[in-house]
Design a protein around this ligand. Structure first.
Ligand code: TXA
Ligand code: MG
Length: 345
């Protein structure tokens, strides 16, 4: 297997593989990315092939610290410079008008480009080595389309068993430990400021309030004409096992009713539930940042229990839980009717 510790040699080899048009999976502080040279349309096409992702979905271009975003984007507003000064390197992606010479493969045919400078040291070393720090690495999360994003190198190999075999699409998986943030970057659209102002396309660790502090206005919610983002599809980030959110107060009762019907459950909560019998139980930290950090690893672990359902104790609705609530809602979207159907049967 091509999973390698992120030594300077391994990073240099990975950068050469990217320059040669191959795919490399690498750690970032949010989740692991599946990278390709953003200026090589054939390499970007391989990302879509590996992920099984529709080709009209744009990918984020990752750049080294200090990179010139004017190379990638045009009509760069003052707001972009403000957000970059405040939050880069870090878990924030900006959507800007794409520079004319940047291939439209990276933006799924849209006239914009998503750009982010990650803070993870391995990601930064890779970006500095790749094209002497002047390139961009297009990288969606390193998972099959619609699945849970990876926060460990091992998650990447679970997703891409075939592709990491010798001769497969992925040249290497750089191991950089567990992703610190655990959910994907906050995405802010600045490409339509004159008509819509800044728009929050995907919530993440950097909150709307933090953005507002820098911008002087609270970013708007996406409108129908907002740039498409697959991370904003109703159903996304989902394990194989149906995920159902249940209010804390109802959890014991729902678990008992499922058990009475012979259904097995796996349980994800930020509290302990001594009265509930489950095939697997994962208790996450009770603060939003800690919960986000462990969420995807928890969902993957519970998926491996092959229960009939993953019950998730509903989490607080406070602002700092917005990113996590967003991911859980999408993970549960396809199974929204499952509980009712079982209990009515
Ligand atoms: O934290 C992250 O953002 C991770 C790491 C690897 O950087 N990447 C990530 O990529 O989550 P992905 O492709 O799984 O999600 C990126 C989201 C998608 O919803 C995509 O549609 C949106 O960003 N996006 C990228 N470029 C865009 C553009 N030009 N316009 C609108 N949305 C864009
Ligand atoms: Mg993704």
């Amino acid at each position: 297997m091509n999973v390698v510790a992120s030594t300077p040699d391994a990073i240099a080899t990975a950068a050469l593989a990217l320059e040669a048009g191959r795919l490399v999976a690498f750690p970032t502080e949010t989740v692991y990315g599946l990278g390709a040279d953003a200026e090589n349309p054939a390499a970007v096409a391989d990302i879509y092939k590996a992920k099984g992702r529709p080709s009209d979905h744009p990918v984020i271009v990752h750049v080294a610290p200090g990179a010139d975003i004017r190379y990638w984007a045009k009509n760069i507003p003052h707001e972009a410079d403000q957000l970059i000064a405040a939050f880069w390197p870090g878990p924030l992606t900006l959507i800007l008008k794409r520079a004319d010479h940047i291939p439209d493969a990276v933006s799924g045919g849209q006239d914009t480009v998503g750009i982010r400078c990650p803070s993870h040291p391995v990601a930064q070393q890779l970006l500095r080595a790749f094209k002497n720090g002047k390139g961009g690495v297009a990288a969606p999360s390193a998972n099959k389309f619609g699945h849970v994003s990876p926060t460990l190198a091992q998650h990447v190999t679970e997703e891409f068993m075939q592709e990491i075999l010798p001769g497969g699409l992925i040249a290497a998986v750089l191991d950089g430990g567990q992703s610190e943030v655990g959910i994907e970057s906050t995405i802010v659209d600045l490409s339509r400021l004159a008509t819509h102002g800044p728009v929050l396309l995907r919530p993440g660790q950097i909150s709307s309030a933090q953005l507002a502090e820098v911008l002087g206005v609270t970013p708007a919610s996406p409108d129908a004409a907002a740039p498409r983002a697959s991370g904003t599809l109703d159903a996304h980030y989902a394990p194989q096992t149906p995920v159902v959110q249940v209010a804390l107060a109802d959890l014991d009762n729902v678990a008992a009713q499922l058990q009475a019907r012979g259904k097995t459950i796996a349980l994800l909560s930020y509290q302990s539930h001594p009265g509930i019998v489950a095939l697997a139980i994962r208790q996450l930290p009770a603060d939003a940042a800690g919960y986000a950090h462990d969420l995807y690893a928890g969902l993957r672990e519970l998926d491996h229990a092959h229960a009939d359902l993953i019950l998730v104790a509903a989490i607080p609705q406070d602002k700092e839980w917005l990113g996590v609530n967003d991911r859980l809602r999408r993970a549960a979207f396809d199974s929204r009717d499952v509980l009712q159907k079982i209990l009515q049967a």
